[in-house]
Design a binder for this molecule. Structure first.
Ligand code: SF4
Length: 403
């Protein structure tokens, strides 16, 4: 970081919302060092904030690093921690900025990533050790930020115009396990804050949700919290979940989903599946499909397993790509079928929404309490709260008319 002085720099950020806040740290430190942020063509140096969660992303990072042969290159994010050799293979002169170095220079935990969308880190690291996960190796053990710091950061971003606050971290429901606080306690405090904003809670590992299910599902009913629970389950097979060292079984996941729905039947459940984990058999995959059909999550992220260096799963014999492709395609078809039928059920419904984004001329993006994505064909101010009638839909969003 110390050599990033008096330069014109171009920044590229990849990966999770967490990374976008780290980029904010780089921007503030670089500006303190009399650097200016410019377009790639004008830059003397380029900073790449990397993600390496899956092999496909790793390849994209190495291409991005190779894209600027005539410029100084700085690399930060997860890759310098776990795969410095891959970076040096592409650019032996690359300068690595370790996330810990950034954290020691800047205590920024939030950023405005869009006109009215703010991201706030709640913690760094994680308490789990999932067998396939390289992120844990890059971000280390859990360090939660104090509640007051998070609350102040939300106030700061709201004062800058944020309407939607995205709480981010490797495992949100592990928040406070190292400090005596908890995600439920944090959400209760946020629920009692003043201001016209709402909070989207990031991904929660079911294993850290279970001990606080009652409290957490209560806190999600608060007016300030979107009823949107992102609970990556990864597989429907108890054998595979045990091989992944996920810390829960499919029955636990059913109980967690039922717990959230009991408190709020309208809550939206989002989940993740890994297709083609090395120990996954055809029968295991059928259990995953069955769990999907039974729990009906209306937002699904499907990833094909890829070997991550330095993880326990890296020593397992990989499954042929065509099987992974077939299983992820089967899951995608099932998910799309569900999205279409659930969205069709919204036609004619009247819903209260809050406008969170202005993407295109002539339209606005709004969210209801269940974080459904609703396009309104009017230019409305962000923060505007109104009632809409759903008149049609596309696969990933609803179309509403203001009443
Ligand atoms: S919960 Fe598991 S997958 Fe998520 S960051 Fe932690 S170790 Fe990785």
């Amino acid at each position: 970081m110390h050599t990033l002085k008096d330069k014109k720099i171009h920044l590229e950020t990849y990966g999770c919302t967490f990374n976008f806040t780290d980029t904010e740290k780089i921007v503030s430190l670089a500006q303190k060092n009399r650097c200016t942020i410019v377009k790639p063509g004008e830059a003397e140096a380029v900073v790449i904030n990397t993600c390496t969660v899956v092999a496909q992303t790793e390849r994209a990072m190495l291409r991005a690093i190779a894209d600027y042969p005539d410029k100084e290159i700085y690399v930060t994010g997860c890759m310098p921690v776990v795969q410095p050799d891959l970076i040096y293979n592409v650019r032996p002169d690359a300068r690595l900025i370790m996330p810990e170095e950034l954290n020691s220079c800047s205590d920024i935990i939030g950023a405005l990533v869009d006109d009215a969308i703010g991201v706030v880190q709640t913690a760094r690291g994680c308490v789990n050790r999932c067998a396939y996960c390289i992120t844990r190796n890059a971000r280390g053990h859990l360090r939660s930020f104090p509640e007051d710091k998070i609350i102040h950061e939300i106030e700061r971003l709201v004062s800058l115009g944020a309407i939607e606050i995205q709480l981010t971290g490797q495992d949100l429901s592990a928040y406070g396990l190292d400090t005596g606080s908890s995600l439920a306690a944090l959400l209760r405090r946020i629920n009692s804050m003043e201001g016209n904003f709402m909070v989207r809670v990031g991904m929660m590992n079911p294993s850290t949700v279970i001990p606080q299910l009652e409290e957490l599902t209560d806190a999600f009913t608060g007016d300030k919290i979107f009823s949107f629970a992102h609970l990556p389950v990864q597989s429907g097979s108890d054998k595979v979940l045990s091989d992944m060292n996920r810390g829960y079984n499919s029955g636990d996941f059913r109980d967690v989903v039922a717990g959230f729905r009991e408190k709020d039947p309208e809550i939206r459940i989002s989940t993740d599946f890994i297709a083609g984990y090395p120990t996954e058999t055809g029968e295991d995959f059928l259990e995953t499909l069955a769990l999907f059909e039974e729990t009906r999550p209306t937002k699904v992220n499907i990833t094909r397993f890829s070997v991550r260096e330095g993880t326990d799963a890296a020593s397992l014999k990989d499954i042929p790509d065509w099987i992974k492709k077939e299983r992820s395609r089967t899951l995608t078809i099932a998910a799309n079928r569900l999205y279409d039928s659930v969205n069709e059920g919204f036609i004619g419904k009247e819903i209260d929404v809050i406008v969170t984004e202005r993407k295109r001329a002539g339209s606005s993006i709004a969210r209801d309490k269940s974080y459904n994505n609703i396009v309104i064909k009017e230019e409305l101010d962000t923060g505007n709260r109104c009632r809409v009638k759903i008149v049609s839909h596309r696969r990933h969003y609803l179309i509403g008319e203001r009443i």
